[in-house]
Every structure is written in C-alpha cells, then in structure tokens.
Write a protein that binds this ligand. Sequence first.
Ligand SMILES: *[C@@H]1O[C@H](CO)[C@@H](O)[C@H](O)[C@H]1NC(C)=O
Ligand SMILES: *[C@@H]1O[C@H](CO)[C@@H](O)[C@H](O)[C@H]1NC(C)=O
Ligand SMILES: [Zn+2]
Length: 486
Amino acid sequence: MAISRHRLLFLLLLLLLRAFSSLPAQAAARGASDPSGTGENFGSVLRNLLQDDPRITDELTHGYMSNSELEIAVRAVGSRCPNISRIYSIGKSVNGFSLLVIEISDKPGEKEAEPAFKFIGNVHGDEPVGREVLINLANWLCDNYLKDPLATLIVENMHLHILPTMNPDGFALRRRGNANNVDLNRDFPDQFFPINDEIDYRQPETRAIMNWVKQEHFTASASLHGGALVANYPWDGSRDQSKQYYGCPDDKTFRYMASVYSKSHYNMSLSKEFKGGITNGAFWYPIYGGMQDWNYIHGGCFELTLEISDIKWPKAAELPVIWEHNRMSMLNLAASLVKTGVHGRIFAADTGHPIPGSLTIKGIGSEIRASRTYGDYHRMLAPGENYEVIASMEGFRTKATRILLEEEAVSLDFILDPGEASGEVKMLRNDCGCLCGDDRLFHMHGAHLELYLFVFLIIIALYVLFKRRTSKFTIHRHSPRRPIAV
Ligand SMILES: *[C@@H]1O[C@H](CO)[C@@H](O)[C@H](O)[C@H]1NC(C)=O
Ligand SMILES: *[C@@H]1O[C@H](CO)[C@@H](O)[C@H](O)[C@H]1NC(C)=O
Ligand SMILES: [Zn+2]
C-alpha cells in the first residue's frame, strides 16, 4: 500500500483550494447597496461600488479635505480646545500616513471610571463623507462644551475617540481598498472562517485598530460608510454564508442602539428599504472579516456600521447638510453610553481594591470586562426589561442581582467575596463561546480547532479513499513513480 508524494501534495493542494473556494466571496461592501441588486437604481450604483469609480473626478474631490488638510484640521481641534482634547496616533498607513485620533474628554489621556466610545471614518477610501462629518463633530463638541447640555455631558462623562480616516491611502487613490488594495472591512479575523487569524499578516491599518481596541477599553463604537442610508448591526456574517437574519447574543441591545441612531437622524428611519432604518448585517448581505463583529467578539465593544449617505462621494456642497442630518444621531449614540445601560464598579471585599471582573447578563451569552484600573464596567442593554446582572472574577464568589432597567441608566456596584466561583457563570461562559475576557483570541482559536479537526478528518478519510484508488491505479498502470512507504 503506497501513495506517491506528488499525489499527497496534490491532494493537500486540492483541499486547500477547496477550503479557500468555500470562503465567502469578497462581495460588494458594507458601504454598498444590496449586491443582489433588488432596487432598480442600485444596479448601476453597485457596479461602481465593486470597481473603483472612474467618475471620482478632480471636480468631485474639490471641496473635500486632502489628507494633509485633514491632518491640519485634526491638529487645529487640538490647539483650539487643548483642555478637552488630545491628538494621538494609533499607527501608520501603508504609505506612512499617520492615523490620527482626536480624543475628547475633560480629562483627555487620563484613565477614568467612564465609558469610551470611538468613531471611525473613511474605512473605505472612496467613502469620504465620514472623515468630513467627524471633523465637524470634533469642532462642534469643542465649540459647545459648557454651552450645550449634550456636548457637556459627553465631554464630562465619557471619553470620545475620533479617527477621521482609517484609510488615508485609499482616499488619496480614490479607491475602496488601502494602498495594497485590500478591503480593510474584510481584513479582520472572522469568527466563522479562520481567514485572517494571523495578526502579523493583517494590513497595517487593521493592525492599528486591533492594537487600539486591546489598549483602550471601548464600550461601543461606530464606523462611518457611504453607499446607503442605514444603521447596520452584528452579525455581519452567517455561519453557512446564507443571506439570513443572524443575530448576535446582544441582538436586542444592538437593535436599540441602531434605532437610537436612525431615529435621531433626519430621515434614516423613514427608509423604504430598511424597516426603521436599521438592519442586521447578515440579513442585508453577509460579509466576513468585518471590523464590527471583531470589535464585539474581541473587544467587548458594541460596534455599529453606519451608512450615512446614499451617494458615496457626493458633491462637497452637500456635506454641511449631511453633517446636520447626522449630528443628533452621532451625539445621541455617544451619549447613550452614559444615559442608558448598567454601570458600576467591581471591588474585592477583602482588600477594597477594584478588580477587573467580568459582567454577564443571565440569558445573554456574552461577557464584558471591568477595567483594570478602576474596576468600572459599562454594559449597554436594551431598556424596558428586567435583567439579572452577574459579576464574577477568578478567585471570588460570583454575585447576581436583579434590576429593572428603564430608559435611564442604572448604577450598580459589586463587592465580591474571595472564594470559589460558582458553576453558574462558568456555564454561561461556555455558552458564550466567544466573548471571553482578555484572552479572547485564544478562545477564538479554540473554536477554530474544531474546524481544523474537521478538515484533518476529511484529509484522513480522503487519504484512505485515495490510497485504495492509488494502489489500484498502481496495479493497472504500473506506475513508474517510485512509491514511498507510509
Ligand atoms: C483651560 O483650563 C484652564 C484651567 O482650568 C483655564 O484657565 C483656561 O482658560 C482653559 N482654556 C481654555 C482654552 O478653555
Ligand atoms: C433623505 O433625505 C435626503 C436629502 O433630502 C434624500 O436624498 C433621501 O432620499 C432621503 N431618504 C429617505 C429614506 O427619505
Ligand atoms: Zn464602506
């Protein structure tokens, strides 16, 4: 019984090819219309979304900030409002453009027991509206602190991080992908397909976001896109790649958050295409390797993907109107981190010190972490329901409390006694399968281990089959190849 080395290699190659072909097509876009082209006027739009649009002329780009003008605008916010802002970089694009963030807070750069929100614009290079409105947002907050109650609430009670462009190279090239022509919203590790698991092979822009999310303790976030008018929420992909509603454990809360955005918008909620102006990602069209799902799974960060303009690259003259249409949405979404949900701190009873415990809600298979410094947690939750809130930490006895969460935020601290964690939460943790603390990447690999095992078993099965055939062939054809013993 023997098989040639070539055949084995061929077999492995075949399997690899199959594995890759089973990967989702790098389909249209978050930032595009339905790729099935249901609406009549979508067809033409879509074709221009899939390819880079040659109609982005110099005339069209006129009135938009160039990358260097954007950097000047970012730094101008910093110098105009130094007391409530900080400018920092999270890395560099392929072509070396600094990915600058404006942090807005009354104590920028300092750790506080407050939630953090991030806005990311221009993920796709040819969707430049986000970068423009984010500069407007930063300036508006800078101008209205202590004048407008919402501005004051945001500045004083949370940390708002604004990255106007994630893809400056794509913007300069007037195309969707980055300088390596990689779609950054397909470049994150995916929960269903181990396509992007190796961080070293991620694009520098993607890596910058991943490291940023690991450093900062974001409660929620939103990325801004163009090509439709809708607030999109996880999951972005379905397990079997079919176009279907695929809700994540926090589906209710995500629908609530997406509705906060769409209802505060000038006319997003009036959409004929999307009920209430919101959509589940996989229901719209599944994508894999997106930023939104990755944030939720690995950062415990509730991220939305916001499509804020039907036209990806409108005339610059329309930007002030688009900003006005989105202003209250952006403010209300950020402020919802303070105004709604359950917030508190977790302490150790013996030392009185804050501890980075985990927080779960009975019946919801997800987990968020309290911060290391202050033990503060910020749990977004759909209002109007009873919840059992459970705090746990390795080496401490788990505690649970029932609350009625109405429209306003609930404040709830936990003091945990040293001891054995009860089994209840351990089970919950297993249920969640993904949102599991600081070493979440490890858990993800764990999930993929099944996949690898499955592939391995197939290889073995195919090998056995092949071996039989090969030996038959060998008999019939008297293969001259030197067989190797296996
Ligand atoms: C910044 O804060 C300091 C001290 O509170 C104050 O004196 C100063 O006027 C503030 N500057 C601005 C630009 O608000
Ligand atoms: C919203 O308003 C804009 C600007 O007036 C318009 O172009 C768009 O069609 C409207 N969308 C909906 C869903 O009403
Ligand atoms: Zn997009």
